[in-house]
Design a protein around this ligand. Structure first.
Ligand code: SAM
Length: 390
């Protein structure tokens, strides 16, 4: 069926094809309700998050070796152990942690174990997760931790309405926020979205809506001339999302880890096709209109926009560097050297290479620290300072 199959991608099972058809039917209804055309942002929202249908809201396995993609905390506990060490000074006098979008719970488990070993367990570890299915996986995973660790974990329905002193963390969450897509056309702009086509959907452009034109006009002033047909993404949700997190941070740090770039690199004239990527059974590809509700869709993060949003909310842009620099600055080499024996050292060295090598995760992923009146410096940002690029 053309709706679900794309050459080069693994075929869908009968159940998966039936699920994709249900998602397509929901999309057709949404497109009709919107007058025949749906923005890419609304399309991405539905295929990722619609209750019972979206990739994150339905039963896809998603993260890990048996799923569609592997994140840094899934790949190796070294990532979480480094984050724990980087955050330790902020938790030395007590404090709490809030993690957004905790996936399988791998990062939370590693952090709690490492802080326990270091004697700096936070008073509370809260998780705000939009996917009920992933929240259930997190409960099962974190339920296996020893009582004193497990008892600190709570799940929130919404952001707390009291200020938090400590750390707010989000690994690979900003790239999952639904984004707008646009194409440079003549002197102006076309907004990309979808229309119904056969049993599925097809890309189609329309005149851009007001929030996108306003954001693009502001952006264009700082960009070189972009060629005709240049296609890219703008995440209008990034700023309000970060501002809502900043409003919660009474004292401490908001740490973002994600693949992304400063604005001048993100909107470089040679990046003609933008940054949108889909993940299906460990294969990355660039077609969001197949495997509806069955594949992840992400767009890289404009870290200049993230830093500006933080600064506008009164936070200090305290650090920005590659994942490699962050992990080295947080002691990954000594963690590998402390391995119990040669076999463990070889395994950790292999995991470390995947986290650190530029052609793997090391350069594409960045770490951004936004702070408010932090009680201490963040050690993970001492090796490299790329804030001048933002
Ligand atoms: C790519 S996964 C990353 C999971 C995990 N942080 C990791 O690194 O393995 C994205 C996660 O963010 C969650 N998510 C997406 N939008 C969110 C939002 N606005 N607030 C909280 N969680 C969100 C998803 O349900 C999922 O758990």
């Amino acid at each position: 069926m053309t709706l679900t199959v794309r050459s080069g991608l693994p075929p869908l099972s009968a159940d998966e094809a039936a699920h994709a058809r249900r998602v397509a039917a929901a999309l057709h209804a949404a497109i009709a309700a919107a007058g025949g055309w749906l923005s890419f942002e609304a399309f991405m929202e539905l295929v990722l998050y619609a209750p019972g249908l979206g990739y994150y809201s339905a039963g896809s396995h998603k993260l890990g070796a048996g799923g569609d993609f592997v994140t840094a905390p899934e790949m190796s506990a070294l990532f979480g152990r480094c984050v724990a060490r980087a955050c330790q000074p902020l938790l030395a006098e007590g404090g709490e942690v809030l993690e957004l979008g905790a996936g399988s719970g791998a990062l939370a488990a590693t952090l709690l174990e490492e802080w326990h070993a270091l004697g700096t367990l936070p008073e509370r570890y809260s998780i705000l997760e939009v996917s009920a299915e992933l929240a259930a996986r997190q409960r099962a995973r974190l339920g296996t931790l020893p009582g004193p660790l497990r008892e600190r974990v709570t799940w929130l329905e919404r952001l707390p309405d009291r200020p938090l002193a400590g750390v707010i963390l989000a690994n690979e969450v900003a790239d999952a926020l639904p984004c707008r897509r646009l194409r440079v056309q003549g002197d102006g702009l076309a907004e990309l979205g979808v229309v119904a086509e056969g049993e599925g959907v097809a890309p189609a452009s329309a005149a851009p809506a007001r929030p996108l034109t306003a954001a693009w006009t502001a952006l264009r002033n700082s960009l070189p001339v972009l060629p005709e047909g240049y296609t890219t993404e703008v995440c209008l949700r990034l700023r309000p999302w970060l501002q809502s997190l900043a409003a919660v941070l009474g004292r401490g740090a908001l740490l973002l880890f994600d693949y992304g770039l400063p604005r001048a690199h993100y909107y470089h004239p040679q990046r003609r096709e933008g940054t949108l990527r889909c993940h299906f059974r460990q294969r990355a590809h660039e077609d969001p209109y197949v495997n509806l509700g069955l594949q992840d869709i992400t767009a890289w993060v404009d870290f200049s926009a993230a830093a500006e949003a933080g600064a506008a909310a009164g936070l200090e842009v305290a650090g920005y560097c590659t994942q490699t620099a962050f992990l080295l600055g947080s002691g990954i080499e000594s963690l590998i050297a402390q391995a119990a024996d040669g076999a463990q050292r070889a395994r950790l060295a292999g995991e470390g290479r995947r986290l650190l090598m530029p052609e793997e995760m090391g350069e594409a992923f960045k770490a951004l620290a936004l702070t408010r009146d932090p009680p201490a410096e963040l050690p993970g940002f001492g090796l490299q300072d790329l804030r001048h690029q933002l």
